[in-house]
Write a protein that binds this ligand. Structure first.
Ligand SMILES: NC(=O)c1ccc[n+]([C@@H]2O[C@H](COP(=O)([O-])OP(=O)(O)OC[C@H]3O[C@@H](n4cnc5c(N)ncnc54)[C@H](OP(=O)(O)O)[C@@H]3O)[C@@H](O)[C@H]2O)c1
Length: 337
């Protein structure tokens, strides 16, 4: 597989690359990343032909959008696809008054959820300004899932299906955005949203990976039927599929539970049998689904990024996938490369 391969973004008139650059880490997620490392990562991605960049107001309280816009500023705008999100409004404030967790040394803005029509328009325009661009190609409604919003989720979901939807549909009609969708950590919420509104795309984080494929229960088939593009973030399940089941491995942004460690260890045995690096399988598996054009990879260093590009191109024998299925480690109905 080739990271720079152009793939159709569902029914939308957009082509994206098979590997996309995820900007949550350059929002200083958990630990700061220097300006030089952040910019070197975007340069490395660009030089490898990566032309799809995913950001959000939330990532580092605006820092990831500021950095992404800055590093991409002099690249030809028609050569890359830019995705960002709505659902939070940022307001300038004194650093010492802001609770940045889980971000480290983020930008000096407070964040407030807002899924109203006016809030969505404001969020979108603020993103254009932070990024320094005249359009955002793909816009997701961010974090309207139970994982993020807990008990408030049903109310938040309804507000987004009304306010955000109306605003984004207007922006799509005006051609300032080409594709509109939802970006969350639960496939069930994506499924519900698709039944309610005519979304073009989804960003599904962590819920269609080498470890878990429940999104095949109705959601991904419906996307295929309707020409809806699904981009996958969190495709390493936040770490364990990149590092393997070793002490300190992360799953869903926390220490991996025993059952997950055990399953990954079993997958690693099959990997060893076929001389396939676990992360190579994790990367290539996701984009084998016909509804999934891109794997949005999050990296903390240039070395991690370079390594991922190599893993993405690693040749994997067909028998490897068959063996995973035989051992019950991969769903029978999961498409494989
Ligand atoms: N709701 C949403 O819309 C949503 C949610 C989540 C993600 N996303 C998008 O998806 C992107 C990626 O997701 P993610 O970063 O959360 O999760 P991820 O891709 O599953 O995991 C990224 C982490 O895996 C580790 N990793 C990556 N490459 C590695 C390598 N070569 N060697 C060793 N470790 C490696 C790094 O962990 P360490 O940091 O520990 O080194 C890195 O931070 C985000 O940047 C964002 O654009 C969107």
């Amino acid at each position: 597989m080739v990271p720079s391969e152009k793939r159709k973004f569902g029914r939308v008139d957009l082509d994206v690359t098979a590997v996309a650059f995820g900007t949550a880490p350059i929002g200083n997620f958990l630990k700061p990343i220097s300006e030089s490392e952040s910019s070197a990562m975007i340069d490395t991605a660009w030089d490898a032909g990566v032309r799809f960049y995913d950001t959000a107001p939330m990532y580092g309280h605006g820092l990831a959008e500021l950095r992404t816009g800055h590093y991409l500023r002099w690249r030809p705008r028609d050569e890359y696809v830019l995705a960002s999100k709505v659902g939070r409004i940022l307001k300038p404030a004194k650093r010492e008054t802001i609770n940045f967790a889980p971000w480290a040394d983020a930008a000096p803005f407070t964040m407030q959820f807002d899924y109203t029509y006016d809030g969505t328009m404001r969020s979108f325009e603020d993103s254009l300004n932070r990024l320094g661009v005249e359009r955002i190609d793909v816009c997701f409604i961010h974090d309207i899932d139970r994982f993020t919003r807990g008990d408030a989720q049903p109310e938040v979901f309804e507000a987004a299906m009304d306010g955000c939807w109306k605003a984004l549909e207007k922006l799509r009609n005006e051609d300032v955005v080409k594709a509109i969708g939802v970006g969350v950590n639960e496939w069930e919420v994506c499924h519900e949203a698709l039944k309610r509104r005519d979304f073009d795309c989804f960003l599904l984080a962590g819920r269609y990976t080498l470890l878990e494929q429940e999104a095949l229960n109705g959601f991904l088939p419906l996307c295929q039927e309707r020409g809806v593009a699904v981009t996958v973030g969190g495709g390493f399940n936040s770490g364990i599929l990149a590092t393997g089941a070793k002490p300190g491995a992360k799953y869903n942004y926390s220490a991996a539970p025993e059952a997950i460690m055990a399953k990954v260890a079993k997958i690693e045995k099959v990997c060893a049998e076929f001389a396939v690096p676990l992360p190579a399988a994790a990367l290539q598996f996701v984009v084998a689904h016909p509804a999934i054009p891109s794997f949005i990879a999050g990296t903390r260093t240039v070395d991690q990024l370079k390594q991922n590009l190599v893993w993405f191109s690693h040749t994997i024998p067909k028998e490897f996938w068959a063996q995973l299925k035989r051992q019950g480690l991969l769903r029978e109905d999961a498409p494989t490369p």
